[in-house]
Ligand binder design. Structure first.
Ligand SMILES: C[S@@+](CC[C@H](N)C(=O)[O-])C[C@H]1O[C@@H](n2cnc3c(N)ncnc32)[C@H](O)[C@@H]1O
Length: 222
């Protein structure tokens, strides 16, 4: 998968890309990430990419020209991309969406800043508009990393055990069951006996019951 991230702060994203799952996926060659600063597409003498909103109001709005040019140059270079506009107005990101994105060959993620985008940017391309939750961040860089990591860890061969994503929370409608490792007792809390029994059927049943209990508990408290 190729993922191009359009951002005003590539240096804020870069260190995270080098670590853990995203770093491994790139080393393996499963993932290629390109950071594009759309300020480089500004034709303004001061490299401005934002301006005051028509009609007044607080803050600054991202201008259309540098973003149109950056998106078009990206697609000329890499080919047509599945284009994601990160914005609080978008559909809330889910594991199902992460799976759908993991099937794409090329992703383009556009990170906003300030008060957001000139509406013509929204209208000018076929965006998949994604919000990572019902809250407002200062920019789209963290949302881009959230979306990319959730999709990249589902790419074949990226996780150590190829089966593990299927067993995780949200994959089968259930939250994950509780896990324990050594020591058997820690600060007075014992590992449930069944997990030490060696009885695989009983372990499986206990895990399923726990997953059901936790899922029910969360939906009751929603
Ligand atoms: C301060 S926000 C703009 C908020 C916008 N004025 C609004 O009220 O919807 C600046 C940028 O951060 C990003 N952003 C903030 N919160 C986000 C969220 N929950 N999900 C995805 N992107 C978000 C978007 O790219 C957005 O354009």
């Amino acid at each position: 998968m190729i993922c191009v991230i359009l951002t005003l702060f590539p240096e804020a994203i870069k260190p995270y890309l080098e670590k853990s799952i995203l770093g491994i996926a790139q080393e393996q060659g499963t993932l290629q990430v390109e950071l594009v600063n759309f300020r480089d597409f500004s034709t303004d003498p001061h490299r401005k990419v934002d301006d005051r909103p028509f009609g007044g109001g607080p803050g600054m709005v991202l201008k259309p020209e540098p973003i149109f040019d950056a998106v078009e140059a990206t697609e000329r270079k890499f080919g047509p991309c599945h284009k994601i506009l990160l914005c609080p107005r978008g559909r809330t990101f889910t594991q199902k969406k992460a799976r759908e994105l993991a099937r794409q060959e090329r992703l383009l993620l556009l990170c906003g800043r300030y008060e957001g985008f000139d509406e013509r940017i929204r209208a000018g391309f076929a965006w998949d508009e994604i919000a990572i939750g019902e809250y407002v961040l200062a920019g789209g860089e963290l949302p881009a990393l959230v979306v990319l990591e959730a999709a990249a860890r589902l790419l074949p061969g990226v996780l150590g055990c190829a089966q593990s994503p299927e067993l995780e929370s949200f994959e089968n409608g259930l939250l994950d069951y509780p896990q324990y490792t050594r020591p058997r007792e820690y600060r007075g809390v014992e590992v449930p006996e069944v997990l030490l029994s060696g009885d695989h059927k009983a372990v499986e049943e206990w895990r399923r019951n726990e997953a059901l209990r936790l899922t029910r508990q969360r939906s009751d408290s929603a």
